[in-house]
Design a protein around this ligand. Structure first.
Ligand code: ATP
Ligand code: MG
Length: 276
């Protein structure tokens, strides 16, 4: 045993009798009368007034990448109650239990959790045709907070009641947009909604960037929206291909630039959570 290792062992042994030693630090805390703080998930929403910009693609990919780092401490929730499709992005057309079942009180919310590609999810029912009533989503998710570090919420487009319900359930949110003038203009509405409900915005994901001359340059998107750009994801036909295959690009083509961007975004979020 070299000197360094021997010194280490001495330190550990000292701990058996000595409260300052390393072993005592590893003792179960109940022995010392200290309560472990319950885990409390950060609820992060993904929003955009405009449909089809890539909210669900981002939710599925960032969810998977976060789960690669945090395992079962991540949950992705489909809060697009009118037209849920997070399941489709994950290859599930007909989930056996859904958020609609939980909201209807037919199952406890914990029973609506299923796992796809290593990501825990609460999916929606594509077949659900009834009217969506105003719900307190935050209240439904509350019992789950202790079980996760991050809960991602995939929202519907627009600024209607279900978007408001999803937004009010969030601790923080980010916005997905495309580099086109009409999309940026309608994205401003989402910022206003966030302001109204005082939900902090982490930043903006600019998705489907083609680099075409008529696109809004990223610096102009930043100037127009006034928030940091936290990811720039290129337009890539393989993203659509991956959606059709029901396997997010982060798994489907993990080395593609889009997949790398989603991974970098999830790393950014992990650092952001650790910092704040
Ligand atoms: N970077 C990309 N490159 C190419 N296609 C993309 C990219 N991002 C998303 N798409 C495609 O765009 C389509 C719409 O994406 P998605 O469902 O994520 O949008 P959305 O914002 O969630 O839509 P909705 O508002 O209807 O919920 C999907 O077919 C998806 O594969
Ligand atoms: Mg969607």
């Amino acid at each position: 045993m070299n000197k360094k290792i021997r010194r280490g062992w001495k330190k550990i042994r000292r701990g058996r009798n000595n409260p300052g030693g390393l072993l005592s630090a590893l003792k179960p805390t109940r022995n010392r009368g200290i309560r472990i703080k319950p885990k409390r998930a950060r609820v992060i929403g993904i929003f955009s007034c405009k449909g089809g910009v890539g909210k669900t693609t981002t939710a599925a990919n960032v969810g998977l990448c976060l789960a690669d780092y945090l395992g079962n401490d991540v949950l992705a929730v489909d809060a697009n109650l009118g037209a849920p499709n997070l399941g489709l992005h994950l290859g599930e057309l007909n989930p056996s239990v859904t958020i609609h079942d939980a909201l209807a009180g037919e199952v406890p919310i914990e029973k609506a959790i299923t796992k796809y590609h290593g990501l825990q999810t609460i999916l929606g029912s594509i077949a659900y045709g009834d009217e969506i009533h105003l719900i307190d989503l935050g209240n439904y998710l509350r019992p789950l907070r202790k079980n996760y570090k991050v809960i991602l919420i995939d929202s519907a487009p627009g600024i209607g009641a279900e978007v408001v319900a999803a937004m009010k359930a969030c601790d923080e949110m980010f916005i997905v947009t495309n580099p086109e003038v009409p999309t940026i203009a309608s994205t401003l509405k989402t910022f206003r909604l966030a302001e109204r409900f005082k939900i902090p915005i982490i930043g903006v994901v600019v998705n489907r960037v083609r680099g075409e001359p008529f696109e809004l340059p990223i610096k102009d998107v930043k100037r127009a929206l006034g928030w940091p750009i936290i990811a720039v994801v290129p337009e890539d036909a393989r993203v659509r291909e991956s959606t059709a295959a029901g396997v997010p690009i982060a798994r489907y083509k993990p080395k593609s630039r889009a997949a790398v961007e989603f991974r970098k975004l999830s790393e950014y979020l992990i650092e952001h959570i650790a910092r704040s």
